[in-house]
Design a protein around this ligand. Structure first.
Ligand SMILES: [Zn+2]
Length: 271
């Protein structure tokens, strides 16, 4: 598996398309390799099966020029910040070795969203712990009392295998930067990415989720029609764009302060 430069982690398929899809496309256009890790497979959704959503997610990823996308098997509607789930995410971080991780913001209406934020942050920390053997921790986690013998056997086999492979595959890795996509929550972003040139493709990537967003009868009261979605998405992108003096923008927050070398080069005008 080739590593990625930027990895977006989100609870549900189509979260990334709504919160930072334009940014991922822009980063791909700049020559960076991007990836998406969805924590769940969407089996609780009102519309469409998990299989349909998998196909749609692959289509959306293609539109956003994302190099790698995968969904974990964490239950939809039950994203919990457990040791096992942190290990699963940390394993992906070690495999994909991103420099930048995009997480959802840590507050919000949907528990899966804000839990994914904390889970993602703690997984980023874990992934960097040199003494943590993730495969071993995961297999001891999933072994029930009756399975211990076989787990021990496969552990020994795994050890031989990883010794043969060398230390490359799952070496510790900690991302350099974590940023939070804040679109789902009313909080002032610390920076905005200009997605004026990516807006149409980003909308198209969301529309790739045909089971969710095309005009149809099932779930009509929950899901607004396509034109209504378009107006909402556009209004949000316009609002955040306006804050930064561009047409369309996606909002982000970083916990760290910004660093400047040249005051003359600071963007976004004051008056
Ligand atoms: Zn979601």
């Amino acid at each position: 598996m080739d590593p990625v430069d930027i990895l977006a982690i989100a609870a549900h398929r189509d979260d990334v398309e709504q919160t930072c899809g334009g940014t991922l496309l822009k980063m791909a256009e700049l020559g960076h390799r991007t990836g998406i890790l969805d924590l769940t497979q969407g089996e609780m959704g009102t519309r469409g099966s998990a299989e349909e959503r998998a196909r749609e997610a692959a289509e959306a990823a293609k539109i956003l020029r994302v190099s790698w996308r995968q969904a974990l098997d964490i239950p939809d509607g039950r994203v919990e910040n457990t040791w096992e789930n942190r290990l699963k995410v940390a394993k992906v971080l070690r495999e994909m070795r991103p420099r930048v991780v995009i997480l959802p913001y840590w507050e919000g209406r949907h528990p899966d969203h804000y839990t994914a934020s904390k889970l993602g942050y703690e997984a980023c920390f874990l992934a960097g712990l040199a003494k943590l053997d993730i495969d071993r921790a995961l297999s001891s986690q999933s072994a029930s009392f009756g399975q211990i013998a076989s787990a021990v056997a496969s552990l020994a086999a795994g050890e031989k295998q990883s010794a043969a492979k060398g230390s490359g595959a799952l070496a510790p890795h900690r991302p350099f930067k974590i940023v939070y996509a804040t679109l789902y929550f009313d909080v002032r972003p610390t920076f905005v990415v200009d997605i004026t040139d990516q807006f149409e493709k980003r909308f198209e990537s969301l529309m790739a989720y045909k089971t969710q967003f095309s005009d149809q009868e099932a779930g009509k009261d929950i899901f607004p029609a396509r034109d209504e979605i378009r107006s909402r998405i556009e209004a949000m992108a316009r609002f955040y764009g306006m804050l930064a003096g561009v047409t369309y923008g996606e909002p982000f927050l970083q916990k760290e302060v910004g660093l400047a070398d040249d005051l003359m080069a600071l963007p976004v005008k004051s008056l």
